[in-house]
Design a protein around this ligand. Sequence first.
Ligand SMILES: [Ca+2]
Length: 284
Amino acid sequence: MGLEKELSAAQATLDVALTKVSKLEETRKWKEDTVSRKHLRLVNGSNDYEGRLEVKSGDQWRSVCENSWSKNSAQLICSMLGYPGPNVAAVGARVFGNGAGYTLSPPSYCSRSAGVICGDLDSYPVRLVNGSYPHEGRLEIRIAGQWGTVCHNGWDSADAKVACNMLGFEGQVLNGATATGGAMFGRGTGPEWMNGVDCVGDENHLLSCPASYPAGHSSQCSHNYDAGVICGDWHHYPLRLVGGTNEREGRVEVKINGLWTSIYDTYWDTREAEVVCRALGYNW
Ligand SMILES: [Ca+2]
């Protein structure tokens, strides 16, 4: 069978698989009838539960295109590989090295192949670095055995809340968690693992949230844009208003780590403004 035909057939099989992800009843039958686990494997991970996904097409192993790859797809693949459970993350395969070779989709439609993390997400811890207090700092996450940073694009209070909960600050968050950007807590080193993190806020792990991996492949990311968090009530930090026409208005700045800085939060709204006005002694 020619390569094109082979790839086309394999892609068709995969398309069927991805379409059926949300149909659990059909999925069970499909698993039994169509594809067995010997046609799937994870490669280049630091353990058996993670890696770049490859599918056997004929006698060739091919990577899978990241297009339309989702947590549900990852859940299905993990289940097929014998790792049931809710803690599954779909990640960019570059986390697990290059060398993907041909993918199952035409190269023009596929710039990144898919990777997956099955099993225990607790094996992917986060930590805070370079803060003045234990509840603040540059956020770092360990993926594929290596500590790296998060790019601040799209980094907001919902994402920060998930990070703070992971760090054990759950219940101590009085006014939500605050997201910081622009390497407020210094520039990190190592990989920039995540970009465009898109948590709802109640996830139990950052890897459960949609995101791009690794961020280092985005031209908009570098360690100058490393994200951080302040867990808990940041309103005991000194506040001031800057650039307004009178003392009662202006851009809010907060003194963190000895520096006056603007609050970086794409979800700043009236509620936060009320809190600041009260903190500055104005009735609202
Ligand atoms: Ca976000």
